[in-house]
Design a protein around this ligand. Structure first.
Ligand SMILES: *[C@@H]1O[C@H](CO)[C@@H](O)[C@H](O)[C@H]1NC(C)=O
Ligand SMILES: *[C@@H]1O[C@H](CO)[C@@H](O)[C@H](O)[C@H]1NC(C)=O
Ligand SMILES: *[C@@H]1O[C@H](CO)[C@@H](O)[C@H](O)[C@H]1NC(C)=O
Ligand SMILES: *[C@@H]1O[C@H](CO)[C@@H](O)[C@H](O)[C@H]1NC(C)=O
Ligand SMILES: *[C@@H]1O[C@H](CO)[C@@H](O)[C@H](O)[C@H]1NC(C)=O
Length: 286
């Protein structure tokens, strides 16, 4: 069940696992993990999330798992479209109401190669028109789902399965959530000149182009392709520790409503990890 977790996380998990439920991650912990992974400031200059933003995916054992910042996935696990997106504490974000729409992207910050990311950032998914659903996440019962209808789902970049080449190091894949400027409720991103090219996606230029504020939430996972930086070590030598997982299911991209297959899986408690980390002298960011 923990085949995709990092060694340190695996060791800690056996100590903190109390049951099969997924646990919330505080927004502050999301922020800390982006710094710990080196994504901030190497890929994104700054990240100040106001919500806890989650994706879920199908794990190798068939269970639906919660993606928490730092989860380590296999290529196969990352290959399916996310099952569900959800948020906690959305009311903490400014200028958000029940009519607000959201856009979500997924990118590879380390394409094609961690030590020479010449294609940074490589976009794997971009779609708008997500809204807050009254339905709760099947993965994390305290989180509310973000859903999009068939009538409004026009992905600018349809989901493309991450498939980094072997021996290109530990790739960091980032999901981010933004409030959508209202003009895009009726037109696509091409209306402001956004180009279809997915490689060398310049986020700061893109934000200006679309008139976006900063991301209100973000999460990430890694795929370790081996060599080139090696497992557990980021490109600049800082320690990288994998994250945990969760339980349940749902649909992030519109399939049949309610088509979610329930699943049961395990997760790590960030609070538990933090306590143990302090005790063991690892994961100092917590
Ligand atoms: C949302 O804001 C409240 C009040 O500032 C804070 O207590 C809470 O921890 C925030 N939520 C998260 C997930 O950080
Ligand atoms: C290396 O990563 C750490 C975070 O782990 C970050 O604080 C530091 O700025 C990074 N250094 C470079 C040169 O990117
Ligand atoms: C944040 O979300 C958690 C989980 O749903 C909830 O328990 C808590 O009351 C929320 N806090 C605020 C300030 O909304
Ligand atoms: C949102 O949905 C409308 C259709 O209701 C569509 O015209 C528009 O392009 C969509 N916007 C985005 C960003 O997908
Ligand atoms: C991204 O775009 C910004 C603003 O146009 C520019 O200043 C910056 O140099 C660009 N970054 C890269 C890596 O091209």
């Amino acid at each position: 069940m923990f085949s995709s977790l990092g060694l340190v996380a695996l060791t800690l998990a056996s100590a903190v696992l109390a049951d099969d439920l997924a646990f919330s991650v505080s927004t502050a912990d999301f922020k800390a993990r982006f710094v710990q992974s080196g994504i901030v400031p190497e890929v994104i200059a700054a990240l100040d999330p106001s919500v806890s933003f989650y994706a879920s995916y199908r794990a190798a054992d068939g269970h639906s798992e919660l993606l928490v910042p730092g989860s380590s996935l296999t290529v196969a696990e990352a290959g399916g479209a996310p099952l569900e997106f959800s948020v906690e504490n959305l009311s903490n974000a400014t200028s958000v109401n029940s009519q607000t729409r959201f856009l979500i992207y997924l990118l590879d910050a380390d394409a094609p190669d961690r030590s020479a990311p010449n294609a940074r950032n490589l976009r794997h998914f971009l779609a708008g028109n997500y809204t807050l659903s009254s339905a709760m996440s099947a993965v994390l019962p305290t989180a509310q789902r973000l859903t999009v209808t068939q009538q409004t789902f026009f992905p600018f970049t349809p989901f493309t399965a991450p498939n980094p080449a072997p021996n290109t190091g530990v790739h960091r894949f980032i999901y981010a959530l933004y409030t959508q400027p209202p003009n895009f409720n009726t037109v696509g991103f091409q209306s402001v000149g956004m180009e279809l090219q997915t490689a060398n996606w310049n986020l700061s230029r893109w934000r200006t182009q679309l008139g976006l504020g900063p991301a209100i939430g973000a999460t990430f996972f890694s795929i370790d392709t081996g060599a080139n930086g090696g497992q557990g070590v980021s490109a600049n030598g800082s320690t990288f520790v994998g994250g945990g997982a969760g339980a349940g299911a749902g649909t992030g991209v519109p399939a049949a409503p309610g088509a979610a297959a329930p699943g049961v899986a395990a997760s790590l408690s960030m609070a538990g990890l933090a306590g143990l980390a302090a005790t063991l002298g690892v994961m100092a960011m917590f």
